[in-house]
Design a protein. Structure first.
Length: 177
C-alpha cells in the first residue's frame, strides 16, 4: 500500500472562528494576500502531518485518544508574526500541548512514527496568512492587531484525514456514560 500524508487537527469553536474569519476577510479585501488559510477550516494541528501506510489501524485509536480529552479550553487568542506568517496563539496552551504529547507517544510507540523537528518545539497556533512579502505581512499585522481580541476560545471539534480521503470530523465533548 502507498504511504499517505495523514493529519489530526482541532477546530476553533464556531463563534470565535466566524468572528476571526470575518475580521481577516475584511482586512484582506484590499491587501490581496492568499486566502488559502481562510478557506480551509481554522485549525490547530495536534501533530505535524506524517506519512503512513497504516491509516486504517491508526485512525480508530487516534480518534479515541483525541476524544478522551474532551473540549479543550484555549483562553484568549493573540496575534503573532513569525517569519513569513501571521498566526494566532493561545493564552492557555497546556491542554493542546498535553494532547500533542499523547499523540506523539501513541504514534511513536505503536507505529514507529518519528517525532518531527516541528513536534520537538511544538507551538499550538492557527495560521491566518502566509506570504513572501514582508511589507504586506507588516501591513496586515497592523490592521489585525487592534481588531483581533477574542476571549474564551475552545477546541470543540477535531478532524483526521489524508489527502486521498475525506476528513472525518468529530465532536470533542465527552459523552456521558
Amino acid at each position: 500500500m502507498k504511504k499517505e500524508l495523514m493529519w489530526a487537527c482541532g477546530l476553533l469553536d464556531e463563534v470565535s472562528l466566524k468572528k476571526i474569519r470575518d475580521i481577516c476577510v475584511k482586512a484582506n479585501s484590499d491587501m490581496e494576500l492568499s486566502t488559502r488559510f481562510l478557506d480551509f477550516p481554522f485549525h490547530v494541528s495536534y501533530k505535524r502531518s506524517f506519512y503512513t501506510d497504516e491509516y486504517e489501524k491508526i485512525f480508530p485509536g487516534l480518534k479515541e485518544l483525541i476524544k478522551e480529552e474532551g473540549r479543550i479550553a484555549c483562553g484568549s487568542v493573540y496575534l503573532q508574526r513569525i517569519g513569513d506568517m501571521i498566526w494566532l496563539r493561545f493564552e492557555k496552551e497546556d491542554g493542546l500541548k498535553a494532547l500533542h504529547e499523547k499523540a506523539d507517544h501513541y504514534l511513536g510507540k505503536g507505529y514507529g512514527i518519528e517525532i518531527d523537528p516541528f513536534d520537538k518545539t511544538y507551538v499550538p497556533h492557527v495560521t491566518l496568512f502566509r506570504d513572501g512579502s514582508e511589507e504586506k505581512l507588516d501591513q496586515m499585522y497592523e490592521k489585525l492587531e487592534s481588531q483581533i481580541c477574542v476571549r474564551d476560545t475552545w477546541i470543540e471539534r477535531s478532524f483526521i484525514g489524508t489527502k486521498n480521503r475525506e476528513n472525518i470530523f468529530f465532536d470533542m465533548k465527552r459523552e456521558d456514560k
